[in-house]
Design a protein around this ligand. Sequence first.
Ligand SMILES: NC(=O)C1=CN([C@@H]2O[C@H](COP(=O)(O)OP(=O)(O)OC[C@H]3O[C@@H](n4cnc5c(N)ncnc54)[C@H](OP(=O)(O)O)[C@@H]3O)[C@@H](O)[C@H]2O)C=CC1
Ligand SMILES: CCCCCCCCCCCCCCCC(=O)[C@@H](N)CO
Length: 273
Amino acid sequence: KPLALPGAHVVVTGGSSGIGKCIAIECYKQGAFITLVARNEEKLLQAKKEIEKYSINDKQVVLCISVDVSEDYNQVENVIKQAQEKLGPVDMLVNCAGLALAGKFEDLEVSTFEKLMNINYLGSVYPSRAVITTMMERRVGRIVFVSSQAGQLGLFGYTAYSPSKFAIRGLAEALQMEVKPYNVYITVAYPPDTDTPGLALENKTKPLETRLISETTSICKPEQVAKQIVKDAIVVTMGLFRTIALFYLGSFDSIVRRCMMQRAKSEIADKTA
Ligand SMILES: NC(=O)C1=CN([C@@H]2O[C@H](COP(=O)(O)OP(=O)(O)OC[C@H]3O[C@@H](n4cnc5c(N)ncnc54)[C@H](OP(=O)(O)O)[C@@H]3O)[C@@H](O)[C@H]2O)C=CC1
Ligand SMILES: CCCCCCCCCCCCCCCC(=O)[C@@H](N)CO
């Protein structure tokens, strides 16, 4: 059943800019309490002010937390704890912090591969790992991953970026199989080029070929992309491209459910013994 956003606690990483900020606004407009996570404090405060204009009641709160989501897991865990103490358990986590840099393979610094994998992939693992136990215990939760069209298709200029977005898909699909019996739902967004400060930065690094490939499609508005992402997270439906895998996934899910029931039974048996 759909997640009720009024009164829910939504954490948005990368919530101080671009798509993440628009996702925060979209949730806030529907009555959610918001925690914004990003590094730069000034940008966070600026975004908080902007979001607060859309309040629908006087109880709503926008909390700002400055942390690097890709640096140190313990740090991330600590700030999530702080946020939960202030605004209650996280009902929905949106992993939107990310960085795009383009360039030809032979021109890219090796450190760029590390950096993108750290921010885009591990920066989604850490916050998710920090919220998952509570979500499973409460049998409530949504985790949103923001991949990219370049996370479905390897394209010229994206040898560092695409793999970091492909990795997110692998994580999301494996994690969904584990947490479905606990009523926790995972969604992945694959946005096209979207008009944000991040895209402006990326454009400075695009080789000619990448620019020409990008120009074959039009640029989306972040508000529009955010609306779709929030909608998909609230009412989870099966993506069409997964229908072939449906049979297998269905039977794997029943194995997972069976194991969970067995474990619960033996726990009860242990207690009564
Ligand atoms: N715009 C586009 O064309 C598309 C974007 N995407 C993906 O959507 C997401 C958002 O993109 P977009 O809105 O363009 O990005 P922006 O650059 O506009 O915003 C990025 C946000 O992430 C935060 N952030 C970046 N690095 C970290 C970090 N290490 N720790 C914590 N926060 C961090 C930034 O704040 P701060 O720097 O202060 O930390 C900022 O709030 C990214 O994952 C991107 O890959 C996917 C498809 C298309
Ligand atoms: C089946 C999948 C559909 C494929 C459509 C192909 C169209 C490709 C056009 C170029 C797309 C580049 C997207 C990168 C967006 C991004 O992540 C960065 N802009 C972030 O800053």
